[in-house]
Design a protein around this ligand. Sequence first.
Ligand code: AHR
Length: 640
Amino acid sequence: MGYFKESLVILLVAVLGASQGSVLNVRYDQPGHEISPILWGIFFEEINHAGDGGLYAELIKNRALSPKRHGANLDGYAVVRSDGVDGRIYISHDHPLNSVLTSSLRLNVDSDVAAGQRIGVSNNGYYGIPIRPDYTSYRVSFYAKAIGFSGPLTVQIESTDGRVVFATAQVPQITEEFQKYEVTLTPTPDMIQNPSLDNLFTISANGPLSANSSIFFNVMSLFPPTYKNRPNGLRIDLAQKLVDAKPSFFRFPGGNFLEGNTIEERFIWEETIGDNAQRPGHMGCWGYYSTDGLGLLEYLEFAEDLNAEIILGVFAGYALNGDSVPPEEMGPFVESALNEIEYIIGNTSTTWGARRAADGHPEPFPLTYVEIGNEDWFSSDYYIRYPIFYDAIRARYPELQIIATQDVNTRPIPIRDDHFYSDFGWFPDNHRYYDTAPRNGSKIFVGEYATRDNAHPQPEANTAAAIDDAAFMTGMERNSDIVIMACYAPLFGHLNDLVWKPDGIYYNGVQSFATPAWWVQHLFSVIRGDTYIPTDSDANVGLPQEKIFHVASRKSDTNTLILKIVNTNTEDIMIDTVSLTGISTTQGGTMTVLSGGQWDQNDLENPLRISPRSQAFNVTSNSFTYNAPAFSLTIIEIQL
Ligand code: AHR
């Protein structure tokens, strides 16, 4: 692991056989169940600008002018003009781009523009257009046409005050019909060394130009370098943080975002595929419009990049305003879900498999899990809606495993999705939540959970919250014979628009950092075993059960014993003897610790304040003392 390594001030002493004081027994002599091989994964939904302005690398805000249902608008756009030049922008419904994007942005030139002057349109992106040292070139595309003007158009990234032009390119000529134009913007390397956000993207016409000309635009697009260089791709630093965590599954697209505030505003997957100029986007449920540029295929391709199982959430006829689709009207919604599955796994002789191929991915994606709805305990009719989807999916795709979001008795529930958002203390107090769950019932997918620090006016992403999560995670790992998957939520948050806190990873346009909670997720995921090893401290002397939590496992291919210890206490806790029963000697290994002050957080100035530290673990005997720091997660990997 590429963590910063340093010496830890942690008392770590081999003890010679004597077991006095507090004891933590690791029962290597009593290996238990298999640990679910897909236990730790991620959940993505469009919240907090997780996609638009976040993982989805598009830098232009309101690319398609937000046309659907709420009426097109100019959010993000403004006129740029030289002194003395007049012009205005407005939405034109008379010059639609196509049958999906039924309007355009019209720039009217209201005065003559002399040579050396300009008039144009700017977009300020998602809280600024980023200049960063690694953004060495930008791909630009847009649709344009004009009346009374034939070019050229100048495309630029420039500072908001207009004093610095970072990159410029020209489109020599445009016509009276909409056409797509593409250019590359390549800033001079020494201009991008200092990251900045106070910048605009501009397209302008240069004088001489006469009054009363009009230029029409739509689907302006600006992409920096993307993850795996995909044209409609993902922001590299954010994608990489997810890849680095090696998640076993990728749940999408929500969450509430799947359901929508109303049935019309649900995630309509058919409108999220194909050319961006054919995607109307839709009003999401978290206060902003989604371009749906991050659409079904982009999700699938990212799951492929992650080498993760796809957990597909399908709309199940219920929206956040409480509206349910009546059973007799459910047909098209069921058909849509089946088509969506066909788009993912159908071969190219099927209608939707062929469409996937046409969209650029001829190979079917592997799909095992389909989740019917989201948090349907808010509704009163899941017992009616679930069977409709269950039966249809089972009939056409019997190999798929179905996840329900609520216990109902009208059909089997192979897997149930449980969600937990709770205050401090709840997660540690409930780490045994699944210890007594029936072993012959549904498997469990903990599809959303997070400690929400209600001690503060707004829940913050501090160490204490992360460590409470970790305590619960020891319980999920211990019970991973039935808890087969779990993922933290929400995953992402743009620092300029946090509608929900805390979150896993924060960013603005130029920087990003993991919160302590994300580091906990990362560590549990990247350091995991395949076989549960019981840890027994019930008979211990002196270990505060409500403050110290632990789980152990064996990683068979590397012959490693993994011990995870969580201390939620305000003080260090000394474990006088960690005893490895069934092991005589070891070869030592590695110890990784995440700890910090109770309310400490990471931020843009100090993004790694709370981050894991790894060091050699030199103990070779089968028993040692460990002083677990206050608010800490420790993972000891012992080579046997
Ligand atoms: O994670 C935020 C929201 O919490 C999800 O959209 C929803 O499923 C849950 O209520």
